[in-house]
Design a protein around this ligand. Sequence first.
Ligand SMILES: Cc1cc2nc3c(=O)[nH]c(=O)nc-3n(C[C@H](O)[C@H](O)[C@H](O)COP(=O)(O)OP(=O)(O)OC[C@H]3O[C@@H](n4cnc5c(N)ncnc54)[C@H](O)[C@@H]3O)c2cc1C
Length: 376
Amino acid sequence: MLSLENLEQKAAEFGRAFVAPHTESIDKEARFPKEAYNELKKQGFMGLLVPKEYGGSGGNCAHHAQVCYNIAQFDASTALCYMMHNVATACIATFGTKEQKEEFLPKVAKGEISFALAYSESGSGTHFGLPDITETQAGEYRILKGRKSFVTSAQQANYYLTYTNSCKVNGGKNNWITPNDAQGIIHEEGVWNGLGMRGNVSKPVQYNDVKLPEKYLLGKDGEGETQAGVVAMYFVVGLGAVYSGVGKAAYECALAHCKSRKYTDGSSLADKELVRIHIAELYTKTQAQIALVYEAARAFDNQEADAVCKIFACRINATQLVMDICALAMRLGGGKAYSKLLPLERYLRDAFASQVMAPSLDILQVWLSDALLPKE
Ligand SMILES: Cc1cc2nc3c(=O)[nH]c(=O)nc-3n(C[C@H](O)[C@H](O)[C@H](O)COP(=O)(O)OP(=O)(O)OC[C@H]3O[C@@H](n4cnc5c(N)ncnc54)[C@H](O)[C@@H]3O)c2cc1C
């Protein structure tokens, strides 16, 4: 079991030792970060949000943000895959029946199994709360039919938390703990070729009459929308943390470059007045990103009334700032950055995923405005 003491330091050391050596090849080959993922399992990180009574660390949303932030500084894809696993774990820990918690959570804590999220569909895009996938009752089983358009960690995670329309509760939604090798599951190959986040190996997943026993229905029938509310909170904070980590990495890279870039007259880029001001701006933005993420996670853990607004705001902020930071860092990196001799172009490519991942930047702005100004 991973202890929560000095968690940020542990996650940063983990990132340096077990994530960083593979980052370049993961991006180049668009392959899953298997080495780091296996090591996360071995070292107890997968059980971060598993309650102590089930053998986990008993961490909260703030711990989730801390680990995601620190790992993302070394590889955004690894952090994203890990983040999604944590989100599903938190959902099972919050809403699972006693039997489900006893079956799944100790295995998560031991690093034996991991999870992914199968929410998005092409029929609803970024509005992931409106799936088309159907259920039908067949004796003691349910049959799932539909297609999920993006599943990060597809075939690598053992189970997909799958969001469906309940066939029993009118208008209700469900989450199913779906084994990745259930009969009727088909992974569509050769689709993912992301601009960035290339190691998340996202795949469309078909559910062709997938027959699931009702023990895999998470919690109560029709309760899925409430469960998705919790999924969304950990997810949005997690994405805020991941993209704050990308911003921090871009800043550190630009800073190091400005110090080491020397001209014939002996001066460095870091001596130039405007460059110094740009560095100050980058630093300010990286601090602002993670400060709001940590504040939102803290407010959520303390169940404060404005936690939801802070959560939406932290991801809006992290998304806008990471794109600004990466663009300015690329400018400071000059020809070296543009010709890919610095990892800045990877950070820039990774950063752009933040604005489109559901709930997208636009949708979060709509949600935040609705939360601040409820319509009559
Ligand atoms: C790297 C990556 C990993 C992903 N992993 C997963 C995963 O593990 N599980 C999963 O379920 N999904 C995953 N997704 C899918 C993701 O969460 C979104 O569902 C998907 O990117 C939406 O794409 P779309 O083209 O269908 O969006 P669309 O719905 O077509 O939206 C396109 C654009 O239009 C804007 N837009 C749409 N409606 C409105 C509106 N009403 N007002 C204003 N603007 C609007 C959106 O903000 C967006 O910018 C992943 C996506 C990426 C990029």
